[in-house]
Design a protein around this ligand. Structure first.
Ligand SMILES: *Cc1c(COP(=O)(O)O)cnc(C)c1O
Length: 404
């Protein structure tokens, strides 16, 4: 026990931290000094930023900033209540109607975050008699929602339709409802969930189909409409979750589906009922962001052009960007597989010193032995910035023995 914490009550926490230090996976928070931009400053150091989820540069788009300022001037800084008491503002309703039209569904409800949307929805629509069939790499918010629902959780191997089908067949005689759930894009590997095949399977077995499009929103499908649009599965997915925190540039999560699904969530989703709604600035920002998605598809084209260029160069240099013992990326999420956790963290730190912000990710976020740095391209990176980052990545990787 350290001297700084002489009280024994929380000594078990200190022990965990000591263990992380010993394993080399303890981290400090890096602090952003300016805007979430392709080149910015963390801890006072200028870096090429390849770590954010600001896919389309919307987090600091001048028009979105103006929308936030205008809404704040007109409506104030807070909503003052949960949605069901007195905190539903006209802007909240406008945003939901806008998203529902964009996604071509009957209705939409916005939550405070994507995490709240997943956890609040899964736990509300199922009960302890029911079953959840969940991809092994699904996001933590799905897992927490599944646990909160008290339904039985059956985990299928990553993107393994046959395994999911086998689990569903084993449950065929059970009276409980079944929910099949997958990420639209998997956040650590960047591969796309088999939404088309899973939805067809769910349909065949009478199961509910749900997709978490956090990393697909604004990235996949026409104008960034997500994985259901990407696979042309409109009407075949009962529950579509998206986030407003990544490509949309602000904060929040949403659920799209039938009018009854949304009305039910108004009455039963606990983050909706028991946590205050977004400030008006957030709703106004998101409304402006969906306008931009519809008006400026060229942002998404630039995002994909940057992705193809950068991933092609990484492969040419000889990096393992997945596809051998880990899934192959199909999106702007770009892992560089390193293996050992300590080494991945060392790579990330050394890159930072050279001026590249690249997140190190180790167990338990990814499996043991598959630690990595994860890079995310945006539409706003210039070719010159990407070339500079590639040069630094190669030099540092060679120095650390990650590349020969
Ligand atoms: C980021 C993420 C979430 C959470 O979204 P927030 O809006 O950041 O809370 C949910 N699911 C997946 C797959 C994610 O990557």
């Amino acid at each position: 026990m350290t001297e700084a914490n002489p009280r024994p009550q929380l000594a078990h926490l200190t022990a965990v931290l000591d263990d992380l230090r010993a394993k080399g996976t303890y981290f400090h928070l890096r602090v952003l000094d300016d805007q979430q931009a392709p080149v910015c400053h963390y801890d006072g150091k200028e870096v090429i930023n390849l770590a954010s989820n600001n896919y389309l540069g919307l987090a600091n788009d001048p028009r979105l900033i103006q929308a936030a300022i205008d809404a704040t001037r007109t409506y104030g800084v807070g909503s003052g209540a949960v949605r069901t008491i007195a905190g539903t503002m006209r802007l909240h309703m406008e945003l939901e109607e806008k998203i529902a039209r964009f996604k071509n569904v009957e209705a939409c409800v916005v939550f405070q975050s994507g995490f709240a949307a997943n956890a609040g929805t899964v736990s509300a629509i199922l009960g302890k008699e029911d079953y959840i069939l969940s991809d092994e790499l699904n996001h933590a918010s799905i897992i927490d929602g599944a646990r909160l629902s008290r339904a039985s959780i059956k985990v299928f191997r990553h993107k393994d339709i046959a395994h999911c089908e086998q689990l569903l067949q084993e449950l065929a005689g059970e009276p409980g409802r079944k929910l099949v759930i997958t990420d639209g894009v998997f956040s650590m590997d960047g591969d796309i969930g088999p939404v088309d095949k899973l939805a067809a399977l769910a349909e065949k077995c009478g199961a509910i189909m749900m997709v978490d499009d956090a990393h697909a929103s604004g990235v996949l499908g026409r104008n960034g409409r997500g994985s259901v649009d990407h696979f042309a599965m409109h009407g075949k997915v009962d529950v579509q979750v998206g986030t407003l925190s990544k490509a949309i540039g602000s904060l929040g999560g949403y659920v799209c589906g039938s009018r009854d699904l949304i009305e039910y969530l108004y009455h039963r989703a606990r983050p909706f009922l028991f946590s205050t709604s977004h400030p008006p600035s957030v709703a106004a920002t998101c409304i402006a962001a969906f306008d931009l998605l519809e008006k400026e598809p060229e942002r998404i084209m630039r995002l994909w052009a940057n992705t193809r260029y950068f991933q092609g160069e990484l492969k040419r240099i000889g990096f393992n960007i997945g596809g051998v013992t880990t899934p192959a990326t199909e999106t702007p999420i770009t892992p560089i597989i390193v293996g050992e956790g300590r080494k991945a963290m060392e790579f990330s730190r050394a890159l930072f010193e050279e001026g590249v912000m690249a997140t190190g990710i180790a167990f338990p976020t990814v499996p043991e032995g598959k630690a990595r740095i994860r890079l995310i391209l945006t539409s706003e990176h210039t070719r010159a910035q990407l070339d500079q980052a590639l040069e630094k990545l190669e030099r540092v990787a060679k120095r650390l023995g990650i590349l020969q």
